[in-house]
Design a protein around this ligand. Structure first.
Ligand code: HEC
Ligand code: HEC
Length: 278
């Protein structure tokens, strides 16, 4: 998959590319699309068991589209959000003016990310109890236990965390969906030139793969993440997601900066629900 051969592939007759798609479509079912596992998370689980589940949850639900977990490179890391490595040590006393201990701070950071914005960052993180991550209370607990393990020792058990504040959900709903006009997915696809490279017609290859829900779900399953997380990652960090023989490094990699969080969710939802395409 060298860069030169990928560019060469771009110039090959469309038939060959089409042939690849057929092969790809036939090959991928081996990894069979399965809905993300609902994990049984119980009050009997130890904090370290929860941390293990939390690690998988953080990966599968799209957190790593924005966050890196890279020890030794500082808080800034390379993501759109803070580097989560060592967060337990860094936030052992919570934040000034906010929750004064790690567990409460982490719970709040997940429920209401805007409440205490980390300095130098914009309020782009969606509440983890809302789309696309949609963590339930037990999953938030597992994620918190995992974050505690990054630079510390997990202590959180099911029942220890406050429940998500109801008003946080409504606040995020208005913020996420209320930006009139700007979040119509069809407008975004046109305005940001997505459709010059991606067709909405199944099987039609322009420059990149067509937007087909089944293909997206299969690619997500092959990568071990939810379709929402996969689509979001493909938009924010297209270099991280390379799709078969399509030309690499062709998709602009600055959409993460040009699109608002609300626009990214609007696109994600739209691309995942074919019935809304008509
Ligand atoms: C769209 C990008 C984005 C996604 C997706 C995202 N975050 Fe964030 N996150 C941020 C940004 C930006 C900040 C810093 C601003 C703020 O505090 O909200 C942040 C802050 C945080 C903090 C506080 C960090 C600190 O240094 O105090 C935690 C913890 C966190 N995120 C965890 C998560 C988890 C867990 C998920 C997945 C369920 C997630 N984030 C998904 C962008 C994101
Ligand atoms: C200049 C061409 C180009 C533009 C413009 C473009 N893309 Fe892409 N995109 C690609 C290519 C090529 C790939 C596959 C290769 C790769 O993984 O980078 C891709 C991959 C993707 C994938 C993963 C698809 C799959 O089937 O796995 C998604 C999702 C995606 N793009 C969304 C978008 C969205 C949304 C926009 C507009 C905001 C956009 N792209 C704009 C070329 C483009």
């Amino acid at each position: 998959m060298s860069r030169t051969s990928s560019y060469a592939a771009a110039t090959l007759p469309a038939l060959i590319v089409l042939g690849f798609i057929v092969w790809f479509a036939n090959w991928i079912p081996q990894t069979r699309w399965e809905p993300p596992k609902t994990r049984q998370i119980t009050a009997a689980m130890s904090p370290s068991q929860l941390a293990g589940l939390g690690k998988a949850i953080v990966r599968e639900r799209g957190c790593l589209a924005c966050h890196t977990i890279e020890p030794g490179v500082g808080v800034k890391g390379h993501g759109r959000g803070p580097n989560l490595a060592n967060i337990a040590a860094r936030r052992v006393q919570g934040v000034p003016g906010g929750p004064g201990n790690l567990v409460e701070y982490l719970a709040q950071a997940l429920y209401e990310p805007g409440a205490y914005l980390v300095e130098g960052y914009a309020g782009i993180m969606p509440s983890s109890v809302r789309a696309p991550a949609k963590l339930n209370y037990e999953e938030v607990t597992a994620a918190v236990a995992y974050l505690q393990s990054l630079g510390g020792k997990p202590t959180a058990r099911v029942g220890d965390l406050p429940r998500p504040p109801a008003e946080a959900e409504t606040a995020r709903t208005t913020q996420g969906e209320g930006t009139a006009g700007a979040t119509d997915p069809k407008d975004i696809l046109t305005k940001f030139d997505c459709l010059t490279c991606h067709s909405l017609k199944p099987g039609e290859v322009l420059v990149g793969p067509p937007f087909e829900t089944t293909l997206l779900k299969k690619a997500a399953a092959a990568r071990g993440v939810t379709p929402e997380a996969y689509i979001m990652e493909s938009i924010i960090d297209p270099r991280a997601v390379e799709v078969g023989d399509f030309p690499k490094e062709t998709m602009p990699d600055d959409y993460g900066k040009r699109l608002t969080a609300a626009q990214i969710y609007a696109l994600t939802r739209y691309l995942i629900e074919p019935e809304k395409k008509k």
